[in-house]
Design a protein around this ligand. Sequence first.
Ligand code: SF4
Ligand code: SF4
Ligand code: SF4
Length: 173
Amino acid sequence: MTVGVDQSRRNFFRGKRPSEKSALRLPWLKSQQSLYDNCTQCTECISACETQIIKKGDGGFPQIDFSLGECTFCQKCVAACHEDVFSDDLSQAPWHIETTVKSSCLAQNQIMCQSCQDSCDTQAISFQYLKSSVPQMRINQDDCTGCGACVSVCPQAAIEIKLLDTSTITIGD
Ligand code: SF4
Ligand code: SF4
Ligand code: SF4
């Protein structure tokens, strides 16, 4: 016997639609849209996360908060989920992101700081030595995994990790 999905029940658990397209939700999502369409907001992924960086975010959907720590790519959130939310191919990149630094970065304001560099296991962060300036931070996007380890160590909270291409996401029914 095939058991159908009770859409009204699913909608009840789903809560209100999110308003923020670029929020970083979870690694290895089939798509951001699949989360909005199929997540029941059961919070199993939140409980499973070994670094406790997943919280209930905008619209009640799970959301990564790198101010709490980094993603170790343990995949426990994927294993905990019973809905059609995550990709079947976990060998692919966990997300398509861009890591940027805001103008509040201490180095950009001529104050010596290299806190982020030490936190980056893949050495995606480097510092360029210039005449008449303290060394300036550079991020090599090709080497950046989006682990978020650099975010919480920045004394200025100047590092941001954002989803690339949110153009196909539909929110707000
Ligand atoms: S992969 Fe692991 S550390 Fe990263 S969000 Fe999922 S459970 Fe948390
Ligand atoms: S475990 Fe799956 S269904 Fe439950 S909140 Fe996380 S993503 Fe949504
Ligand atoms: S998010 Fe990117 S730049 Fe930051 S620590 Fe992780 S790999 Fe390095």
